[in-house]
Design a protein around this ligand. Structure first.
Ligand code: 1HN
Length: 355
């Protein structure tokens, strides 16, 4: 006698479900895909679309009430998740003149990349750093941090930066803790620039062991990183995929600035037509200078300064820049490297014809 397999199976699945059991064979292919199948998608956020809404947010809520006045860049493939990739969060934060974003700390690690304006600072564990456009600033896990915008040299203006955090990763592990400081603003206990003086010049203190998991440098100034790219452009061979690309380092270990997030700065010169490549670290890019086009799998986006876009894990990507272009980027690469999950592929031609 022939049994109705579909009906028999459905009946079994119903009984299994009541016992908190599930048939692996129904989900095996998606559980163990041949290659990454991210739920999040390629996307680009234009600063010109965002700017007026961010300034409007500055009118409808104070930094004090908001705690952090941020528009989250939410991946359209992950609605309601406050995530830009499966593992990372990104947002654009605004602080108006004379505002304070109060001191707190949390197990999530954060980076800031300064987008617009002058006169703001962030204080991390007692060391204040003045923010300049293009600076890369870290707020490692469990460090006290607050921000303020007192203005500088008579300049008093809104300041905007890109926040990158490992919030989804910490949520995945259910390892999030947070607390507020009793005072809104930390009183600086270190002279500004101390960490950079100690570790930012290819030197290190002779008698002070830095044993933290994160970089001892809190602010990697744009002027220095940009100068490095420029010198390399004039003297080094261009990488056909990445142009001139450097990663930010923890100078004590040579590793990444924080255990969960890697960050990069790259120069794609005028006329660059990059080759296709892909990587298992989904990456958030932010346009610092120049303009161009990025192709991500079968999609193409034009980009301008201050735009942000996301390249999902394993999606082929290539860049095309009719003007000198500088891109900042960040990803979860340290975690993938530590776990042996990082894979990269460099194509000689178009990805669809290379295999
Ligand atoms: C946070 O502490 C900051 O300190 C920015 O500026 C964004 C998003 C979620 C949780 C904490 C900041 C944040 C955040």
């Amino acid at each position: 006698m022939k049994i109705d397999q579909t009906a028999e199976r459905q009946a079994l699945y119903g009984k299994l479900q009541e016992l908190n059991l599930a048939p692996l064979w129904e989900s095996l292919h998606t559980l163990v895909p041949k290659q990454p199948l991210p739920r999040y998608v390629p996307a680009l956020w234009r600063y010109t679309d965002i700017h007026s809404h961010l300034m409007r947010a500055g009118e409808v809520i104070t930094a004090e009430e908001a705690v952090r006045r941020v528009l989250v860049l939410e991946n359209p493939g992950l609605p309601g998740n406050s995530s830009i990739t499966q593992s990372l969060y990104a947002g654009l934060q605004l602080i108006l003149p004379d505002e304070v974003a109060p001191a707190h700390r949390h197990s999530q690690s954060a980076l800031r990349f300064i987008v617009d304006g002058q006169g703001a600072y962030t204080t991390v564990n007692g060391e204040r750093s003045t923010m300049h456009p293009g600076d890369f600033i870290i707020t490692p896990s469990w460090t006290w941090h607050d921000h303020g915008n007192p203005g500088i040299a008579g300049v008093s203006e809104p300041v905007v930066w890109l926040d990158g955090l490992d919030i989804p990763m910490v949520r995945f592990f259910d390892a999030g803790f947070a607390e507020n400081n009793s005072s809104a603003s930390q009183i600086p206990t270190q002279v500004e620039g101390r960490s950079f003086a100690n570790y930012g010049y290819n030197m290190a203190p002779v008698r002070q062991l830095h044993t933290e998991r994160h970089s001892p440098i809190s602010n990697y100034p744009y002027a220095r990183s940009r100068e490095a790219l420029d010198t390399l452009f004039r003297s080094a061979v261009l990488d056909e995929w990445h142009g001139i690309k450097l990663r930010y380092v923890n100078p004590v270990t040579g590793g990444y600035p924080m255990p969960t997030i890697a960050a990069f700065l790259q120069l794609l010169p005028k006329g660059f037509q990059g080759k296709w490549h892909r990587s298992s670290d989904g990456t958030v890019y932010h346009v610092v200078e120049g303009h161009g086009r990025v192709q991500i799998a079968d999609q193409s986006f034009s980009f301008s300064p201050k735009d942000t876009f996301v390249v999902p894990s394993w999606a082929p990507v290539c860049f095309d820049t009719p003007a000198d272009t500088v891109l900042f980027s960040f990803s979860d690469r340290p975690v993938l490297e530590a776990t042996g999950l990082l894979r990269e592929e460099y194509f000689a031609g178009h990805p669809s014809t290379s295999h």
